[in-house]
Design a protein around this ligand. Structure first.
Ligand code: FHN
Length: 461
């Protein structure tokens, strides 16, 4: 009798556990209150500036294949040079990044004023940067380096106050469920129009889910940054399911809109409401204006490639990069700035220099970026505005010839105006003007890249 009762209790508990599990798996995580969403997104909105890292086997050819410099972005070399999978696999024995120093990478991001870091856990070539248990196509099983690359970086980031996040490609040129469309006009386009054997789609999804779970268990990423969702066979339903799956593993995680089919090409924002994902992802571009109530992040390269290419020297200037940070913050977005490390595990010198220079600017002017919200005013000809509560920041790119800056706030609410880089210059003289106030700028601005004026107000502008 006692045994029967125990068995019944065990069975009942099992049923409850199973139904809890089923509920968990079916829950629609996009249903949350505004307060819940704000709490989940708050660190990310505050951060404003992060580091993107594209690193993988493509660093071996570094843009060159069979003695030929291949056009296009470095991490696409498998497609652009039409390299068969078996041949691409031969890059793995050449991947031994002995100079990889995750502590130095995290320090570089921190020094630049970046608050988070997103690294490619697996790019389109399908190669995993950690020891995946469902594949041998990873850094531990397939390369002489033989060690996980992600956990040491995650730990270094945590120690240095950088929030660790991962990128993950849905498109996979290595998994046998996917193949290049033989009807494609060109091989390169064929990769872009990568197909799946329909009867193997669920197998691939389960493979990807296993890898995503491994990643969450291993490095506990704060963002899952999906990519490669444009392939025809990936549907919005797949995106919704994946969004819910990932959040069931870690409810507070943030997921980009490339998990589903919402994004409008490189413009990156959603075609409309209701698509899966938490934020829009403009690529290599910045929206013209701010977007009310929309979270977004522009990802951009420092030269013309994401993955390392030894001959890409088309570096953007520090001025451009700093002004991008400001422009993006003035429109309420985040800036995810890419570096493409070499096969030895080094971040290229020109990137290091730019990160250091950006860091110098951020050290002085960071308060005009972090946690700010979009400008309440239209873009002025001389620069941009950001705002934090009752503080308005005027970012001067090109000072007006008469060195007078007109700001459209009532003189009655302005307490004082100071230069962030030039505290020794004291408060700026403020005069009432036709549509607000006029500030008198010093003849030589203390920072030729962007000089920031902090305006303390009695109320929100
Ligand atoms: O094809 C990728 C590309 O290699 C790179 O990873 C960028 C980064 O946003 N995303 C894809 C193109 O949209």
């Amino acid at each position: 009798m006692k045994q029967t009762r125990t068995a019944a209790v065990v069975l009942f508990s099992l049923l409850i556990l199973l139904s809890a599990f089923a509920c968990q798996r079916q829950r629609d995580f996009s249903v949350e209150t505004a307060a819940e969403r704000d709490a989940r997104m708050s660190w990310w909105r505050e951060a404003r500036f992060g580091m993107f890292i594209h690193w993988g086997l493509y660093a071996v050819p570094a843009g060159e294949y069979r003695g030929e410099r291949i056009d296009g972005i470095g991490e696409w070399i498998q497609a652009s040079a039409d390299i068969p999978v078996e041949e691409y696999e031969r890059f793995a024995p050449q991947f031994n990044p002995l100079k990889y120093d995750p502590v130095a990478w995290a320090a570089m991001a921190r020094g630049a004023g970046m608050k988070y870091l997103v690294i490619t856990s697996k790019h389109h070539d399908g190669f995993a940067l950690w020891d995946s248990q469902v594949s041998e196509w990873d850094v531990v099983d397939a390369t002489p380096y033989g060690k996980d690359l992600l956990a040491p970086l995650a730990e270094a980031c945590r120690e240095q106050g950088i929030t660790f996040c991962v990128y993950h490609s849905i498109l996979d040129w290595h998994h046998p469920a996917q193949y290049v469309d033989p009807e494609a006009e060109t091989r390169r386009a064929g990769h872009a129009r990568n197909k799946i054997h329909p009867e193997r789609k669920e197998e691939y999804i389960q493979y990807m889910y296993a890898q995503l779970k491994e990643l969450i268990d291993l490095v506990d990423p704060a963002v899952l940054w999906f990519d490669g969702e444009w392939v025809e066979w990936w549907t919005e339903e797949d995106g919704v399911r994946t969004y819910n799956y990932v959040r069931s593993l870690k409810p507070e995680i943030i997921i980009n809109n490339r998990v589903g089919k919402g994004r409008k090409g490189m413009e990156g924002l959603n075609k409309g409401p209701g698509y899966a994902g938490d934020f829009g992802t403009p690529e290599q571009q910045i929206p013209d204006t701010g977007l009310e109530g929309v979270d977004w992040e522009s990802c951009m390269t420092m030269n013309d490639t994401w993955g390392y290419k030894y001959f890409d020297d088309n570096w953007k200037s520090t001025e451009t990069l700093v002004r991008n940070i400001v422009d993006i913050a003035s429109k309420g977005g985040n800036y995810l700035l890419n570096v493409g490390p070499t096969v030895e595990g080094e971040i290229p010198g020109p990137s290091v220099e730019r990160l250091r220079d950006i860091g110098e600017w951020m050290a002085v002017n960071g308060e005009a970026i972090y946690g700010t919200t979009a400008s309440p005013f239209a873009k002025p000809v001389w620069g941009r505005y950001t705002r934090a509560g009752n503080v308005l920041y005027a970012h001067v790119f090109d000072p007006p010839p008469d060195h007078r800056l007109n700001v459209p706030v009532s003189p009655d609410i302005v307490q004082k105006a100071v230069l962030l880089a030039g505290a020794d210059l004291g408060a700026l003289e403020i005069e009432p003007a036709e549509d607000g106030i006029s500030l008198s700028l010093p003849p030589a601005l203390p920072d030729p890249i962007v000089t920031v004026i902090k305006l303390e107000l009695n109320e929100e502008p």
